[in-house]
Design a protein around this ligand. Sequence first.
Ligand code: FES
Length: 178
Amino acid sequence: MTKYAVARTDEIKPGGRKIVELEGRSIGILNVDGEYFALLNQCPHAGAELCAYGTIFGKSTAAQPDAPITYERGRSIRCPWHAWEFDIRTGESWYDPQNAKVRKYDVEVFPGSPEDVTNPEEGLQKGPYVMEGFAVSIEDEVVVVDTSRRRPGTRRRQETAAPAVLQATETQLPAPAE
Ligand code: FES
């Protein structure tokens, strides 16, 4: 098991994303309406940077043609090269779930500062972030990505994020194509 503290929650605001390098792989952490997800930043079709440039959009379903339509925001990500679409929560392709899948990683949010939560002896490593040189409140929250292969899932422990104290690269998403 290896977990990496990759960002403070306020670095990746709803609709935002951050690309990090862990164990030689580029991984995208996405904040979808306050929930965090992590996917390999590589499309299984031809290798486009799916998380960095993909479009996040929703999904409509209905039991039958004349049934009411249910819409779920922020459910899918569309590849920027050839428009393959994947479920953000599972990494599966909507059209070919058995053969086209993006590696997904578990994400947790821990209370505390990055310095508080990292503990190499317990497998919790310091991730790629840059701290500014001033004090951090204990109300901070840290986004942690688990690179081990285990059960799928994502969890958000607390609702409120502390003020930004990090220098980080964040890309705001374009308005969802709904
Ligand atoms: S590289 Fe992603 S759909 Fe072709």
